[in-house]
Ligand binder design. Sequence first.
Ligand code: ADP
Length: 182
Amino acid sequence: MKNKLLFLGPPGAGKGTQASLFCKKYNVEHLSTGDLLREEVSTGSVLGLKASEIMNKGELVSDELVLSIVEGRLISEKKGWLLDGFPRNLIQANSLIHLLEKINQPLEAVVLIKIDDQFLIERLLARGRQDDKEQVIINRLKIYRDKTTPLINLYEKQGILKVIDGNADIDVVFSCIEKALS
Ligand code: ADP
């Protein structure tokens, strides 16, 4: 099973759920920048407070901050890893290329979970996290479209993109991912 991975998809696609399932089953480190940032917020640090303001608007926190979080984790990682929520724009994608070269661990596959727009907002409103309010969701979707979707092209050109249909039950989607990464 491949174990140097990146999961891509809009908020609400089920990316985090699938990433958790995969990491548990295959003993891979789950690096979710959203979760790591929320951890930082919960400590009440100055950095966390600044991040939470940005996250609650649905904007992206600074590239430097997320990069430093990811770098610290990846460098110490001995088993495989799965990046979830990073990179989110081209600057971060370029930083990732350099970082992976430095640690000599090339990315093996990128999983893109696709889902019909109509389900996204419904799913997110049902989740009810602090940044799951309608206006904030709309902003996050817009940022995903503008900033994150250009990465799809990049990974497609590298020949490592696996497109997965996310409009199905959790276990069905999971089997598709396993098949794509085996
Ligand atoms: P979702 O995938 O549902 O959008 P996440 O938990 O991945 O949720 O991210 C929540 C918020 O955390 C984002 O809206 C953003 O403010 C911040 N964030 C997470 N990852 C990054 C990143 N790589 N770059 C900048 N901001 C990020």
